[in-house]
Design a protein around this ligand. Structure first.
Ligand code: NI
Length: 172
């Protein structure tokens, strides 16, 4: 089932999400809904707070090549255990800030530990777009958006545009 995505500014996008201690069927269903919502948008990542659920859960799939098999990842309680000194920059966007993009610099490689949907502990090192995306999604669990990494002036400008779009959508 597709879920509505919250649009910035929204107080729920600023909250720190709570760790998941037990993966219930309800949470598994939620992760399926999040993947469906993400693919439909379309997007490459989605965090639970973006659909108003303040729990530490993200989903992502950064496979972008046509013909390549999709690789949906569901991460409960994802944690960055190490990050490279080397950085990389990407033009980032966010399903909660439609049509707005900005260049963000982050560590080029990160090792992430998480619990998968069967409750198994997993660890993997990500680079390129996957590294950017997983850091962007984990930021959401801390109530942080990609615009928090850019200049205050640029952030205000994007926030105003997002606010306007949100009002227009609400009006229908
Ligand atoms: Ni986002």
């Amino acid at each position: 089932m597709k879920r509505p995505i919250l649009i910035h500014p929204d107080p729920r996008l600023k909250k720190v999400a709570t760790p998941v201690d037990d993966i219930s069927d309800e949470l598994r269903k939620l992760s399926d809904d999040m993947l469906e919502t993400m693919y439909d948008a379309p997007g490459i990542g989605l965090a639970a707070p973006q659909i108003g659920i303040l729990q530490r859960l993200i989903v992502l799939d950064c496979v972008k090549e046509d013909g390549e098999a999709p690789r949906p990842l569901v991460m409960f309680n994802p944690e960055i255990v190490s990050a490279s000194d080397e950085t990389s920059s990407y033009e980032e966007g966010c399903l909660s800030i439609p049509e707005q993009y900005a260049e963000v610099t982050r560590p080029a490689e990160v090792t992430v530990r998480w619990m998968d949907r069967d409750g198994n502990a997993r660890e993997e090192t990500f680079d390129k777009l996957w590294a950017t995306c997983v850091q962007h999604e984990i930021d959401h669990l801390e109530g942080k958006l990609f615009i928090d990494h850019i200049s205050p002036m640029r952030r205000q400008m994007i926030t105003r545009k997002s606010q306007k779009l949100k009002r227009e959508r609400a009006r229908g």
